[in-house]
Design a protein around this ligand. Structure first.
Ligand SMILES: Nc1ncnc2c1ncn2[C@@H]1O[C@H](COP(=O)(O)OP(=O)(O)OP(=O)(O)O)[C@@H](O)[C@H]1O
Ligand SMILES: Nc1ncnc2c1ncn2[C@@H]1O[C@H](COP(=O)(O)OP(=O)(O)OP(=O)(O)O)[C@@H](O)[C@H]1O
Ligand SMILES: [Mg+2]
Ligand SMILES: [Mg+2]
Lengths: 465, 465
């Protein structure tokens, strides 16, 4: 007797929380911190506020309990724009609910990171999450909630309003089973690297025994904000095309094309429609199913679309990256290569690479620091596209860089859609276009290092012995 | 103005189909074949039928089109029990719907593999899937369907019934954009390896130019079926415990424990309840929230629960594995090590390892064949737990096996819940318990190989030169 059942998205990730990165107490503690911090950074950058983010981890309950894993209260507070109270319950209590389902670069993309932290807390400690937020600085809204995991919806236990002190922002308190001993080093590294690429942010971290680490902003200027963009022709499949046609209000195919696609002007639109065998004056709703398939196929084959432009991307920038490198790694030599924008499957992306040699901090051997949309990626290095490029596609000997030389490579990929291989955003798939861009950037950086080393010449050879 | 939206599970995997393994036309073609074949094998094994599975890939439409990627019709037909017509639309047209959400070993576990093949076909070719099935051999039900991706529900375009010819079974025809040139080798390898561990199955594969590959069954006996099991105490969190209590009909905590947990008898149940500070006679519905948390915490710490037994597992078995190895690899030496059952986070699993040396097929160097619940895993080898054990935790020199020796290692992990790291079931997380079992099995196999090699002695050394 075969019995069928349906499960909700929250049920799916409750059962398969490994897929979302919440594998064990140490990793879950790390994930909860990063998911909440990334939400705060996204929110501040979107509304152009210099981020002040406060993170605290406090042992929860049972005074005598000292062995790990154990319950911790994780608090993340920001000075961001706050969350509209009408949306708070679902933003934190529903999987696949969020504001980042648009085509614009942001750290968040799945609509579930914050909710996973809440869910993991609930299943390990049975305690509700507390979300405190103010969108106008006048009133502050307090929610205590659980998640109805079977139904994928929030259960509001308590809902209060109080006076705010003039500041907007959001604070999340979640109690979960963690293992700080095992995740301390990664959590500290996460803050350090976040500060490296986000030197406009103030980060404060208070750990379970009360030690305070502060990362003060080194600049008052936020990077230029990424703009929301239209899909690029190469990124469109039949489903997406049909939806565009359905919502379309333009009268002709020519107008439809130029208003729905990224960087598509009249002349190219007409040229493409002729190429696809479609009259430019045709009304879009009159397209047959066969014509839709023909057009989408032609979209992939037409060679004259302009590549995506960078206005929808927000790189770290050569200056911020160099400043961060100098401050964190105090190198003997460093260089930053910023590649022009490219695209994979129609999604704009660009690669920035920093190459660092010698100095006070680096130890012998090659170290890799990976970032995507400004998020430090600290796990599963050997599965990541950057690691593969460095170890399988770069011939280090050719640049006269010995294996034991103290070298660090920093890679940052920013995109309207980072092709993570996992829901836990651990590492990036090896898309050939991205691979090529990383390879080109690293080679250019290595040429510069090679030049520096040869200038340093025999003196370096003597120093190294 | 921040706008929030909710997306459905199908919408999520439409946008993020990389997460489900449908990354590009070559990979998608492979994934469609494997998802459908795995469904057929699961169904036949569950109902104890020797599987006859037929797979055909045919170029679809446009006579002259010869360049790849291009549209293919993928057909997978089996002689299994069929799918209840009441459930067909949702089984194939809804993400997170299926019959494998129970605690029993099977290839499927997510409730979405077949649906993803249908979805990918729809978005690349706009064509509906055709599902033909008979559960009684008398009448055959035909469905032509699309998926409403925004709503995660099936759209039935056509629904017919005709006479069946006495046979039960299911046939799925899906049209999708694939790249057979690029995926041919992997698809052929998938069949070969499926046959290696599933030598009770007949597999027939007809490729796009009409070449037929047949893998005939080498045995008429199916492996013993895995039984559905109760959760093991170590695998239970607060959420799961509360649900058990809610559905419970037993009058006392003692009865509740013994009827809801795997291998938990009266004596141990009472001992545990005393350990957790709960009266064995207490009515479960009277438990307070605090008591629930205390009990779940105590479940992790109590040392006297019996380890899981193997009745819920279905290994390949030493005999089938050896036979498959001899047939496929014609080795000079081979051995199989079957480890006793173990568990991770309360989920039973066991590891079987085959070690193969020399012979007609193997080339110099170490080759790894990975299986999980009898599924061949052909991608992302270097991220997998087996690869890491072989390359980072085994000292091959210690067993006098030189790096260029022609060696193959076959690992099979079977579990009620395989800890895949990705929805595309590409590779397995390195859970310490699983790591340990693979390591122990490989070491034992290497001891035996080492013995064989030393007996072969200097004669082998002469032969190798
Ligand atoms: N600190 C915050 N300030 C403002 N808005 C927030 C904050 N935290 C969460 N949100 C809102 O809640 C939504 C849901 O957050 P959640 O982390 O679950 O998903 P996401 O960030 O959209 O995507 P991802 O799963 O990739 O993190 C966000 O899209 C955002 O609109
Ligand atoms: N050939 C088949 N014969 C019998 N039942 C089938 C067949 N194919 C699919 N099904 C049924 O349809 C359900 C959904 O299949 P689907 O592949 O989407 O999910 P799953 O196999 O349960 O999990 P997974 O996503 O891990 O493959 C299955 O659980 C099974 O009950
Ligand atoms: Mg988020
Ligand atoms: Mg399946």
């Amino acid at each position: 007797m075969v019995t069928f059942s349906e499960i909700s998205p929250s049920e799916f990730f409750y059962r398969n929380r490994d897929l979302a990165g919440f594998t064990n107490p140490a990793r879950a503690l790390y994930m909860a911190v990063r998911e909440l911090v990334e939400n705060s950074l996204d929110a501040c950058e979107l509304t152009r506020m210099l981020p002040d983010i406060y993170v605290r981890i406090v042992p929860d309950g049972q005074g005598g309990e000292t062995s790990e894993p154990r319950a911790y209260r994780v608090t993340v507070a920001d000075n961001g724009p706050g969350v509209d109270p009408h949306h708070v319950p679902r933003a934190f209590g529903k999987v696949f609910y969020g504001s980042k389902y648009v085509l614009r670069q942001s750290r968040g993309m799945f609509g579930m990171g914050g909710t996973m932290a809440v869910l993991y807390g609930q299943i390990t400690t049975n305690k509700p999450v507390k979300v405190t937020t103010s969108v106008d600085g006048k009133s502050r809204h307090i929610f205590e909630m659980l998640i109805d995991i079977g139904e994928n919806k929030p259960i509001i236990l308590r809902r209060d309003t109080e006076e705010a002190n003039g500041k907007t922002g959001t604070r999340v308190d979640v109690v979960l089973e963690g293992d700080f001993t095992r995740s301390a080093q990664k959590i500290n590294e996460y803050f350090k690297q976040t500060a490296l690429v986000g030197s406009y942010a103030n980060l404060t971290f208070v750990d379970p025994i009360g030690r305070i680490s502060t990362f003060e902003r080194a600049t008052e200027s936020l990077p230029p904000p990424p703009k929301e963009t239209l899909p690029h022709p190469y990124g469109v499949d039949v489903e997406a095309f049909k939806r565009m046609v359905k919502l379309n209000e333009e009268k002709t195919m020519k107008r439809f094309m130029t208003t729905h696609f990224h960087r598509l002007g009249d002349k190219t639109a007409v040229k493409f429609l002729m190429f696809a065998g479609v009259k430019p004056e045709l009304a879009p709703e009159k397209l047959s199913n066969e014509q839709v398939v023909t057009i989408v196929d032609a979209l992939q084959r037409f060679q004259e679309f302009l590549p995506p432009d960078a206005s929808c991307l927000s790189p770290v920038g050569e200056q911020i990256l160099s400043t961060g490198i100098l401050k964190e790694l105090e190198p003997e030599f460093s260089t930053v290569v910023a590649r022009p924008p490219s695209s994979y499957s129609g999604f704009p992306f660009l690669v920035e690479v920093g190459l660092v040699y010698g100095g006070k901090v680096l130890e012998p051997g090659r170290k890799l620091f990976r970032f995507a949309n400004r998020i430090p990626l600290l796990y599963d290095e050997s599965s990541d596209v950057s690691f593969r490029v460095l170890n399988e596609e770069i011939d280090w000997r050719r640049y006269h860089v010995p294996d034991e030389a103290p070298v660090a490579v920093i890679t940052h990929i920013c995109s309207t859609k980072v092709p993570y291989k996992t829901v836990g955003k651990e590492y990036i798939a090896d898309r050939p276009e991205i691979e090529a861009e990383i390879r080109n950037a690293v080679r250019e950086a290595l040429r510069r290092l090679s030049l520096y080393l040869s200038k340093k010449g025999s003196m370096e050879a003597v120093q190294r012995k």
